[in-house]
Design a protein around this ligand. Structure first.
Ligand SMILES: Cc1cc2nc3c(=O)[nH]c(=O)nc-3n(C[C@H](O)[C@H](O)[C@H](O)COP(=O)(O)OP(=O)(O)OC[C@H]3O[C@@H](n4cnc5c(N)ncnc54)[C@H](O)[C@@H]3O)c2cc1C
Length: 382
């Protein structure tokens, strides 16, 4: 079965329907609308604003959801509902899981990462069902049944924020309810949110200390049985009522392209796949160690510029130079963090009570953030 794509324009196929895919789509719409014909291949009918799912167990409204089809249509692109199964780089074809073939001139892999629980005896953060998995725990804290929680990050860091946000929000809820709660964050990072650089990290450490949350850094945890955390180096044993853990992330393991360790995609500074022509990648699927929506968007911008230039647009493609803007939810007023990353650790980092970027969004993305802001104002969430 073959889906025809007749065109003299540069045919761009974007696989994925998350942050990186939508940012690439909207960037191409702005940079090379007449020169590209874009198809989006995604299995999801909705784009879920994942960062806001951390509030769901606290009886806040659900995280925002937006229908994918109108966004793709609005960008002048075509949506194919389905999953990429394999890439034939020689023929420049993608095989879908349903057996269709889609040709491309340039392919964008924006497939995200697979999250897998690392610990059998912990509650693993899963943003598809956070309310379901954490609501009971929060009730137990409120009613005084749970008076100690360990928040554990496994060896390889998943997303940097949710563990800290949940620790701060649950501790805040315990304080509001006037119940005792001992919280400990165990993480392999050198200091809390080290990726944001020393200034921001020191301020986050102070915030945690004020919230009475202990931190154990440069530490690797095992959870051999319910309620026990073994911290190494040092073989320290921590007894708690509950353990909440981040998952471990694995790359999408795409068939037909070279993969690095754990199935991630290795890209150059313009987010082209190394060793393969005409294939680009952005977001959590790439080998870049910081898994963050704002980073996914910046990678998508870099590859969109490269593709637009290739299509003949007068764009001079800028390499990916990561700058991260993050809004840390605390249970009280949010904090706004900025860091320029080099060599895996931030420098020139800042933290403040007010944002330095606009529009103010948890996912700071040049094209997607203002676009979603307009949808929100128009009441166009699903
Ligand atoms: C609880 C939580 C809180 C977070 N907080 C923040 C925050 O405050 N700020 C921030 O910037 N980031 C935050 N993040 C991280 C951010 O959500 C991710 O980094 C971002 O979603 C990555 O975007 P992506 O497009 O690479 O992947 P995803 O958003 O995961 O999208 C991947 C897409 O690919 C699709 N897909 C998967 N397989 C296939 C296939 N075979 N074929 C076609 N399509 C496929 C999926 O359906 C999905 O649409 C948070 C994450 C979580 C879970």
């Amino acid at each position: 079965m073959s889906i025809p794509t007749p065109s003299s324009k540069l045919r761009v196929l974007i696989a994925g329907g998350g942050v990186a895919a939508l940012e690439a789509l909207l960037a191409l719409r702005d940079l090379a609308p007449q020169l590209t014909e874009v198809t989006v291949l995604a299995p999801n009918g909705e784009f879920v604003y994942r960062p806001m799912t951390v509030r769901e167990p606290f009886a806040y409204p659900r995280a925002q959801r937006y229908e994918l089809a109108p966004i793709v249509r609005d960008a002048g692109a075509r949506l194919v509902v389905g999953e990429l199964a394999e890439v034939d780089t020689a023929k420049r074809l993608v095989h879908t899981a349903a057996g269709a073939e889609l040709g491309y001139d340039e392919l964008v892999l924006a497939l995200g990462a697979h999250a897998r629980p690392r610990y059998e005896h912990a509650i693993t953060i899963d943003d598809r069902r956070l309310d379901e998995t954490l609501h009971g725990l929060i009730q137990d804290v409120e009613e005084g049944y749970v008076d100690s929680i360990a928040f554990v990050s496994p060896g390889r860091m998943a997303w940097p924020f949710p563990l800290y946000e949940l620790a701060l929000m649950i501790s805040g809820r315990a304080y509001d309810m006037d119940v005792r709660l001992a919280s400990t964050i165990v993480s392999p990072e050198d200091s809390p949110l080290a990726i944001f650089g020393s200034a921001a990290s020191a301020a986050v450490a102070e915030l945690l200390a004020r919230a009475n949350i202990a931190t154990v850094n440069s530490a690797y945890a095992e959870v051999p049985r319910a309620g026990e955390v073994v911290i190494n180096p040092g073989d320290r044993h921590l007894q708690v009522k509950r353990v909440v853990a981040l998952p471990e992330l694995y790359g999408p393991g795409v068939r037909g392209v070279p993969l690095s360790e754990h199935g991630f995609l290795r890209v150059d500074m313009h987010c082209r796949l190394v060793e393969v022509e005409h294939v680009h990648a952005a977001g959590d699927a790439t080998e870049f160690p910081v898994k963050f929506g704002g980073i996914a968007a910046q990678q998508a911008d870099a590859l969109a510029e490269a593709i637009a230039a290739q299509a003949g647009a007068s764009v001079s493609p800028q390499p990916f130079h990561p700058v991260i803007h993050g809004i840390l939810l605390t249970g009280d007023a949010p904090r706004y963090l900025t860091a320029r990353i080099t060599g895996g650790q931030g420098f020139s980092s800042e933290i403040s009570d007010s944002p330095s970027w606009s529009p103010v969004a948890k996912i700071a993305a040049k094209h997607l953030a203002p676009y979603l802001d307009r949808l929100d104002r128009a009441g166009a969430r699903s």
